[in-house]
Design a protein around this ligand. Structure first.
Ligand code: HEC
Length: 139
């Protein structure tokens, strides 16, 4: 009896856990807003064109290990962190950079009060930072 209940409970929870990892907006309006937010809040430092401005470029970001752009002078804190840029880590990072990686050089306050903006920019970045193999290996 208990086993049946446990199984029923697990099955009932399945859709919820799926949502928890994949709850980014996907509608065209949100993605367009994500692009505008990037333009306003990130692009003065970050490029999507393999060029270092004030910050490392973000090409190929999703799944990329932290501090992996050659020639960018990362902080000791960022180098020591050792994480990978998954959606979950990006959420933490963009909510409060200093909380995920205390001592980081990224001078950005975070979206702590506007998590819907954070999620829109991450959803847009998932598309916009996707490198084709040829682009990624271009000298
Ligand atoms: C004022 C400049 C500035 C702004 C604005 C800024 N960043 Fe950054 N960002 C940095 C710097 C500098 C680093 C490297 C930090 C370090 O070495 O500690 C960084 C690091 C990162 C990293 C890690 C990159 C890697 O190679 O590991 C990500 C991801 C990132 N920023 C995303 C964003 C996003 C998305 C926004 C806009 C919501 C943003 N940043 C806004 C300067 C900025």
């Amino acid at each position: 009896m208990t086993r049946v209940h446990t199984l029923a409970l697990l099955l009932a929870l399945l859709p919820l856990t799926a949502l928890a990892t994949d709850d980014l907006p996907a509608d065209p309006e949100s993605l367009a807003e994500g692009a505008a937010i990037f333009e306003r809040r990130c692009s003065q430092c970050h490029g999507l064109d393999h060029v270092i401005y004030k910050a490392p470029w973000l090409n190929g970001l999703i799944g990329r290990p932290a501090a992996a752009v050659p020639d960018f002078p990362y902080s000791e804190a960022m180098r020591a962190w050792g994480g990978v840029w998954t959606v979950e880590n990006l959420k933490l990072w963009l909510t409060k950079p200093d909380e995920l990686i205390p001592g980081t050089d990224m001078n950005f306050g975070g979206f702590s009060r506007r998590t819907e903006d954070r999620d829109k920019v991450i959803a847009w970045l998932m598309e916009a930072t996707r490198d084709t193999v040829t682009e990624a290996t271009r000298p």
